[in-house]
Design a protein around this ligand. Structure first.
Ligand SMILES: Cc1cc2nc3c(=O)[nH]c(=O)nc-3n(C[C@H](O)[C@H](O)[C@H](O)COP(=O)(O)O)c2cc1C
Length: 302
């Protein structure tokens, strides 16, 4: 009943691990899949190793967390070892980033043989200059990054969008026009910050970071709803999903699958099984026989 497809990739259910949480090692990617996720997304990686920011890199706030990890990763060559270690039956999505269309294309080409899909992180709100949201806030740069990757890979590509723009539909359309096969929305919101009132200093070493968790869900659902009305390609919803009701909202808004990030820090990887059981119960109770029947229902009659 929960089986679904995105860009011709068969998923046993519509839940996915979001980029950046438990996605740095093959062992944890395998573990999250065994715990029930329908697919897993790696932590974002780049051509060269990147140390990221100093600690503290995360802080809890009301309704979620703020993080500025700084896209730390060991670089594509080392990351390939982890990709090789992911079990064959696990639908695997590589999240990649770079500072230019050419860099994105080089990373994508060198990992496509190991993965089922590539997700382009053009949306991190606290990345170094020239990376992350500074790309995804510019429609023509987004177009060039997506085109460069699509020119060199055969696997489907999803472009992960930032909510921190004036008009997310404009960016979504430029990614679609450039050939993106799907869109993932949204990356963390902000940047935001927290100040320690004892020291009168920002808590995070980078001062600012991206907000994630339950508090951002209404923004994420609105982004999915808004983009669904304006593009043809499938949408993957992410932002604040913690139980099956959240997943249902995203499906009704127009997503074909949902990713889960911050909630894993609260509830552990078992959260995937719980969301799937709850979703199945909801579908039986409401007479839905497939996930597809639920996608975009919030738009009917509007
Ligand atoms: C600790 C942490 C690290 C993250 N790292 C990445 C990353 O490497 N690449 C990326 O595209 N998104 C990253 N994200 C964003 C998540 O994938 C997701 O888009 C966002 O957190 C909203 O979903 P959530 O509320 O379920 O966490 C990260 C989020 C968190 C909390």
């Amino acid at each position: 009943m929960l089986r679904t497809r995105i860009c011709n990739i068969e998923l046993r259910n519509p839940t996915m691990l979001a980029a950046g949480v438990m996605g740095s090692m093959a062992s944890s990617l395998n573990r999250v899949y065994r715990a029930g996720a329908g697919a897993v997304v790696t932590k974002s990686f780049s051509l060269e190793p990147n140390e990221g920011y100093k600690n503290p890199t995360t802080v809890e706030v009301t309704g979620g967390i703020i993080n500025a990890i700084g896209l730390s990763n060991p670089g594509v060559d080392a990351f390939k070892e982890e990709l090789r270690g992911v079990d064959d039956d696990v639908p695997l999505i590589a999240s990649i980033y770079g500072s230019s269309p050419e860099e994105f294309a080089r990373v994508a080409a060198s990992v496509e043989e190991y993965v089922d899909m590539i997700e382009l992180n053009v949306s991190c709100p606290h990345a170094m200059a020239g990376c992350g949201a500074s790309i995804g806030q510019d429609a023509s740069l987004t177009f060039r990054v997506v085109s460069a990757v699509k020119d060199v890979v055969g696997v489907p590509v999803s472009t992960k969008l930032t909510p921190n723009v004036t008009d997310i539909v404009e960016i979504a359309k430029s990614a679609e026009d450039a050939g993106s096969d799907a869109l993932t929305l949204i990356n963390s919101l902000g940047p935001g910050m927290k100040i320690d009132i004892k020291t009168a200093k920002p808590v995070l070493s980078n001062a600012f970071g991206g907000m994630s968790g339950p508090a951002i869900k209404p923004v994420a659902v609105r982004c999915v709803y808004d983009v669904y009305r304006n593009v043809e390609i499938p949408l993957i919803g992410v932002g604040g999903v913690r139980d099956f009701r959240d997943a249902v909202e995203f499906l009704f808004a127009g997503a074909v699958a949902v990713q889960v990030g911050t909630a894993i820090m609260y509830d552990g990887p078992e959260i995937f099984m719980r969301i799937c059981r709850g979703l199945e119960g909801f579908m039986i109770e409401r007479g839905f026989s497939s996930v597809d029947e639920m996608v975009g229902l919030a738009h009917e009659g509007r």
